[in-house]
Design a protein around this ligand. Structure first.
Ligand code: SAH
Length: 219
């Protein structure tokens, strides 16, 4: 399926991890998970040579694989530990899912395109990520049967505060999501205060594809 990595791949990998550190991704576990996860498995053939660049790249269905810096930043903001049960909305290529799976107990991930879900599932199998549970569906609704979650990550832009997802978070849980309607959104970290409320922290501006209602009718 995927071409063998080019000779300078190891160098590109090290360069990227260093660049992420310089930009503020300081959590060594997150950096370790990113270094160990072969991003070239998740990128389309046309862009394989750019797999270790710090940029978002196009994938099927008009979607994107997120920029590594943003993946690092969001994963770090989620403050995971080995006991965490995590819900991810927007599987896409499955790259972010793979990073989450290395740092938590169980990852539930939802995607609204069948094609993307099937491709991501094949990658999880190749990488033997046995703690990932997938669902084809509308992630905006969350996953009520499996709630509440310790952590929730949304990798598509929610038009407004994701209240339905916040309702599926444990009282001391953390949710990270891009929020906004325009081409540029704000990355927000919601931390449960243990009493039903949330502390909101704006992390930075980001550009994500929108969180859309319902499942995609096309493949
Ligand atoms: N984490 C992914 C990013 C993919 S882009 C990666 O690193 O590859 C965001 C994804 O969210 C797209 O695949 C898009 O189809 C999906 N998405 C958008 N709205 C959704 C919804 N309501 N439910 C589930 N997935 C959704």
């Amino acid at each position: 399926m995927s071409k063998p990595p080019p000779e300078h791949e190891g160098e590109d990998r090290a360069k990227l991890i260093l660049a992420l550190r310089e930009q503020g991704v300081s959590d060594v576990k997150v950096l370790g998970a990113m270094e160990k996860t072969p991003r070239e498995i998740f990128t389309p053939d046309l862009f394989k040579t750019r797999s270790w660049e710090d940029s978002a790249l196009p994938i099927a269905c008009g979607q994107t694989i997120s920029q590594p810096y943003i993946v690092g930043l969001m994963t770090q903001a989620l403050t995971l530990d080995r006991r965490s049960r995590v819900l991810e909305i927007g599987t896409g290529s499955g790259y972010q899912t793979a990073i989450l799976s290395r740092l938590s107990r169980l990852v539930y991930t939802i995607e609204r395109y069948r094609t993307l879900m099937a491709e991501a599932e094949a990658r999880f199998k190749t990488l033997q990520l046995v703690n990932v549970i997938t669902k084809f569906g509308d992630g905006g609704e969350g996953w009520a049967e499996q709630a509440p979650f310790d952590r929730i990550m949304v990798t598509a832009a929610a038009p407004e505060e994701p209240t339905r997802l916040l309702a599926q978070l444990k009282p001391d849980g953390v949710l990270v999501a891009p929020v906004g309607r325009g081409p540029v959104q704000q990355l927000i970290r919601y931390a449960g205060d243990g009493a039903g409320g949330f502390l909101r922290e704006t992390l930075c501006d980001v550009r994500f594809v929108p969180l859309l209602d319902g499942v995609a009718r096309e493949l």
